[in-house]
Design a protein around this ligand. Structure first.
Ligand code: C5P
Length: 445
């Protein structure tokens, strides 16, 4: 018999008070049929839609409905101790608000707040509740904190309305859980529809996210450049570019989450330093180069995510240029900045695994191949910046990763935080594969 998709996986299924709770019976059955061990937690309101007896029969365990109760000796703190995943389906607007605020006033909210494992939520509610700025802000907060949110879908709603807000169907939720737990490289990550997020989207606060436990980065030193650089024209003006730094910061955050020792060399940005990351602030390209040189001792991996200014003004003015004096035309004499990632890629001794980024608008593959060769990179991550939805300042991105032998993989449009998670995992795996190969080669000599 083929291996069951969720063999020996431990899942805590939390149910809050929405009509979609009836669909969770089928989800519970399906999880168990596929080998998972399921423990169920319900709010009082959930029990009004489906009785705990139904879930007790389906899960073969007593259901926890009360923080003070004693379902088979398991309490709200211990229930997720050895769980792989906590799935809240349906997640009502009320419960989502409580999760976002850290309220613990019933069996489900306390379980979520005390969770020792990643949390997936499948929202279900009336459209007006979903698009209320309060719910949108809560979803955004939860997404930034690393909750996996299964976007609701459009359809008929319990209230008789039709619109966005229906809990995703059981097959989709099941597929999402399987992909998450089996750690597929291409997770079915679902960007929330714009209707579910505040508008305009504020830069994501890069807080420590709670991801599937990973330790791939332990023992590795990773140096990452991020953000733009600024080159002075005069004391008031600079040459810079549109980089927000979000991608590089997300990479640093994920690398640290995976246990790596991370140094982030950053040009001017408005982003908070991710947890457990050492940050070195620089302004110009040459300061960034100096910082890289002083930080790469013993680095295993260097990732050049910064959008470095290609040129600087040869002699910046010491006083502010006056247009009355400069007249109709102004010519600035520029000189090329040294290419930082190319410097790292061409190191003779102690060369780290070197990863570049390329923001392109056309001739993608050609440009990627050229850059990987010219800069002597191990990998290059190519972004299409002609698409404003995944461009410089957006919260989303998509990427194709090239190695010296061509395409390694492609990631579709997703949040920069999620993409960073997948990219760091890939970069570390490729780094380790290269190390093994080098060891094998030296043994066979
Ligand atoms: O050649 P291009 O600027 O498109 O290459 C982008 C890659 O090179 C990025 O990884 C960027 O961080 C890096 N780069 C650099 N130093 C420069 C210019 C680009 O490290 N002076």
């Amino acid at each position: 018999m083929s291996q069951l998709l969720l063999q020996n996986r431990k899942i805590v299924l939390a149910i809050t008070g929405g009509i979609a709770a009836y669909k969770t019976c089928e989800l519970c059955r399906k999880l168990i049929k596929n080998g998972a061990q399921v423990r169920v937690v319900m709010t009082e309101a959930a029990c009004k839609f489906v009785t705990p007896a139904t879930f007790a029969a389906l899960s073969h365990h007593e259901v926890m409905t009360d923080v003070f109760g004693d379902a088979e000796g398991i309490d709200h703190i211990a229930i997720t101790n050895d769980a792989d995943l906590l799935v809240v389906a349906p997640a009502t607007a009320n419960s989502l608000a409580k999760f976002a605020c850290g309220i613990a006033d019933n069996a489900v909210t306390t379980t979520v707040l005390a969770s020792a494992c990643p949390v997936v939520v499948a929202p279900a509610m009336n459209t007006r509740m979903l698009i209320n700025p309060a719910t949108k802000a809560n979803l955004k907060t939860l997404q930034e904190r690393g909750f996996y949110i299964i976007a609701p879908e459009e359809g008929d709603l319990a209230c008789g309305d039709s619109g966005m807000g229906r809990m995703r169907n059981v097959d989709d939720i099941f597929a999402y859980i399987c992909a998450l737990l089996n750690d597929h490289v291409a997770l079915p990550y679902q960007a929330l529809p714009p209707t579910c997020l505040p508008s305009p989207q504020e830069p994501a606060a890069l807080t420590q996210t709670k991801l599937l436990p990973k330790s791939h980065g332990a023992g590795l030193k990773i140096v990452i450049t991020a953000g733009p650089t600024e080159e002075s024209i005069d004391p008031a003006r600079v040459i810079t570019n549109k980089s927000s730094g979000k991608m590089g910061y997300a990479l640093a955050q994920m690398a640290a989450t995976m246990g790596a020792d991370v140094t982030l060399i950053s040009g001017p940005t408005h982003l908070a330093t991710p947890n457990n990351v050492k940050r070195v602030d620089v302004t110009t390209a040459s300061q960034m180069l100096d910082a890289v040189k002083s930080q790469i001792g013993q680095a295993n991996i260097v990732i050049g995510c910064a959008a470095v200014a290609d040129y600087r003004v040869i002699e910046p003015m010491s006083t502010k240029l006056k247009k009355e004096e400069t007249g109709e035309f102004l010519t600035l004499e520029l000189v090329k900045n040294e290419d930082i990632i190319s410097y790292v890629g061409h190191l003779d001794e102690d060369r780290p695994f070197t990863v570049g980024f390329a923001a392109e608008t056309d001739h993608f593959e050609e440009n990627a191949r050229e850059k990987i060769a010219n800069k002597n990179l191990d990998l290059i991550v190519l972004n299409d910046v002609s698409d404003p939805e995944i461009g410089f300042n957006s919260n989303d991105n998509a990427a194709t990763v090239y190695g010296p032998n061509g395409i390694v993989t492609s990631f579709g449009k997703m949040s920069k935080v999620k993409l960073a998670d997948l990219l760091i995992e890939l970069i570390i795996a490729e780094y380790k594969a290269k190390k093994h190969q080098e060891q094998d080669d030296s043994k066979s000599k």
